[in-house]
Design a protein around this ligand. Structure first.
Ligand code: C2E
Ligand code: CA
Ligand code: CA
Length: 414
C-alpha cells in the first residue's frame, strides 16, 4: 500500500478496514472498486460495492462508533481520505435539525444491521460506557431538535389561528412634552401558556423562515394600529398630528425580495406617512452582508421610511461602514442605560454614541430607561427620545390608545 495523509493506494484484495476498527476517516474512490462486507449468520456477505466517485466509511466518521462492516479492495484502488476534522467542519455548520435527522438515520441503519445479524453486536464494544454516553448525547440532541420542530409547527398554527398580538411601548420626546411614537413588540397568546415573550419564539421563527409571514403580519398590524392611535387623539390641541411607529425587522425578512413591497402595501393601505415609519434593524444585519444591506437601505430611502439601528453598541459595527448607510436613528442599548449612572465605562460609551450619532446627523433613542435620573442624564447628554419602563411598559392596543388620550388630555388641560 502506498499512501500519503490524504491519498491511499490499495492492491487487489487489500483490506481498507475491518469490522470493529476505530472509524477515524471516510474514503472517496478515485480509481478501482471496493466491496463492503459484513458477517450475516456467520457468513461474509457483500453489502455494497463502491466505485469511482463514491464515498464509503462515512458512517463511523459521523457518529464515531467502531466500523460495522469491512471494506476490501477488489482491484487496485486509489482512495482519497476524508478526515474526521474535515467532516466535522461541515457538520458544525449544519442546521441542528439536520444533524439530529442524520443521527437518527444512522442509528436506525445500525439497529437494522444489528437485527439482521441476529444480535452479534449485543455485547462487547457497543455496550461500552462511551457508547452509552454518545447515545445519551444523541437522545439530548434529539429532544432539543424535536422541541424545535414542535415549536415551529405551533408557530405556524399560531399564525393561522391569529394568536399573535402586538404591544406598543411609547417613545417620549426629550425636548418637548410629546409622545414621539411607539415601538411595536410582538407577543404570542398561547392557549395554554398565556402570553409568550418574543425572546422564546423569534429565534425559531427566524431559523425556520416563518419570520417572513410573521413579519408581514406584524408590519400590517402596526400600520393599522398607528392609524387608530392617530385618530384617537386627532384634534387634541397639543397633538401635532405626528406619531411614529417602530417595527422590528430581522435579517431574514430584510433580505426577502418581497419585503419592501409588503412595507409599501401596509403604508398605502392605512394611509401612513412613510416618514413616521421606522424599521428597527440590528448591526449584525448590516455587517453580515453589507452590499445587500446597502441596496435594501437605499430602497427604504426611496420609499421614505426611516431606519434605526437597534441595540447599538452591542454588535460589531465597523464605524467606517456606519456613515455609508442611510441610517436615521441609533437606539442606545438598554445595558448601557441601565449601568451608566454607576459605571464610568458605560457612561463614556453612551457619551461616545451620542457624539457619533450627532456627527452623523442621526437621532438618538435611549432604551430601557427605568429611573428619572437616567432620563435626566440622557436628556442632558443630548438624546432625542426616551423609551423605558419609567414612562410605560409595552401596552396592548387599547391601553396604548388610553395612554395617548390621557397624555394629550392632560397636556391640553395643563
Ligand atoms: P428590542 O427590539 O430591543 O425591544 C426592547 C425590549 O426591551 C422589549 O422586550 C421591551 O419590552 C424591553 N424593555 C423596554 N423598556 C424596558 C425597560 O425599561 N427595562 C427593561 N428591562 N426592559 C425594557 P420584548 O418585548 O420582550 O422584546 C424582546 C426582543 O424581541 C426585542 O428586543 C426584539 O429584538 C424582538 N422582537 C419583539 N417584537 C418583534 C417583532 O415584531 N419582530 C421581530 N423580528 N423581533 C421582535
Ligand atoms: Ca427594537
Ligand atoms: Ca433594543
Amino acid at each position: 500500500m502506498t499512501s500519503s495523509s490524504f491519498r491511499h493506494v490499495f492492491p487487489a484484495n487489500g483490506s481498507v478496514f475491518r469490522e470493529g476498527d476505530a472509524g477515524d476517516c471516510a474514503y472517496i474512490v478515485e480509481r478501482g472498486r471496493v466491496e463492503i462486507r459484513g458477517d450475516v449468520d456467520g457468513k461474509s456477505v457483500v453489502l455494497a460495492t463502491r466505485g469511482a466517485g463514491e464515498m464509503f466509511g462515512e458512517m463511523a466518521l459521523i457518529d464515531r462508533k467502531p466500523r460495522t462492516a469491512s471494506a476490501v479492495a477488489i482491484e487496485e484502488c486509489e482512495l482519497l481520505v476524508v478526515s474526521h476534522e474535515q467532516l466535522t467542519a461541515y457538520l458544525d455548520q449544519a442546521d441542528p435539525i439536520m444533524k439530529m435527522l442524520l443521527g437518527v438515520i444512522l442509528e436506525r441503519f445500525r439497529s437494522t444491521l444489528k437485527a439482521l445479524r441476529e444480535g452479534s453486536f449485543a455485547n462487547g464494544d457497543l455496550a461500552s460506557a462511551e457508547t452509552a454516553d454518545s447515545e445519551r448525547e444523541l437522545a439530548r440532541q434529539h429532544g432539543n431538535a424535536v422541541e424545535r420542530i414542535k415549536l415551529v409547527q405551533e408557530l405556524e398554527e399560531a399564525l393561522e389561528k391569529d394568536q399573535f398580538e402586538l404591544h406598543y411601548q411609547p417613545l417620549i420626546s426629550m425636548s418637548s412634552p410629546e409622545v414621539y411614537g411607539f415601538e411595536s413588540l410582538i407577543r404570542w397568546r398561547h392557549p395554554e401558556r398565556g402570553l409568550v415573550s418574543p425572546a422564546l419564539f423569534i429565534p425559531a421563527a427566524e431559523q425556520s423562515g416563518l419570520i417572513v409571514p410573521i413579519g408581514r403580519w406584524t408590519f400590517r398590524q402596526a400600520c393599522r394600529a398607528m392609524s387608530g392611535f392617530r385618530e384617537a387623539v386627532d384634534g387634541a390641541d397639543s397633538f401635532s398630528g405626528k406619531l411614529a411607529i417602530g417595527v422590528n425587522i430581522s435579517g431574514r425578512e430584510f433580505s426577502e425580495p418581497g419585503f419592501l413591497n409588503g412595507v409599501s402595501d401596509g403604508i398605502d393601505e392605512f394611509g401612513i406617512d412613510p416618514g413616521y415609519v421606522t424599521l428597527e434593524i440590528t448591526e449584525s444585519l448590516l455587517m453580515d452582508k453589507p452590499e445587500v444591506a446597502a441596496i435594501a437601505l437605499d430602497k427604504c430611502k426611496d420609499l421614505g421610511v426611516r431606519v434605526a439601528i437597534d441595540d447599538f453598541g452591542t454588535g460589531y459595527s465597523s464605524l467606517s461602514y456606519l456613515h455609508r448607510f442611510p441610517i436615521d436613528i441609533l437606539k442606545i442599548d438598554q445595558s448601557f442605560v441601565g449601568s451608566m449612572l454607576h459605571d464610568d465605562g458605560s457612561r463614556e460609551i453612551v457619551n461616545s454614541i451620542v457624539s457619533l450619532a450627532r456627527g452623523l446627523r442621526m437621532r438618538i433613542v435611549a432604551e430601557g430607561i427605568e429611573e428619572q435620573d437616567q432620563h435626566t442624564a440622557l436628556r442632558d447628554l443630548g438624546c432625542n427620545y426616551a423609551q423605558g419602563y419609567l414612562h410605560s411598559r409595552p401596552l396592548p392596543g387599547e391601553q396604548a390608545t388610553a395612554f395617548l388620550q390621557e397624555w394629550y388630555g392632560a397636556a391640553r388641560g395643563a
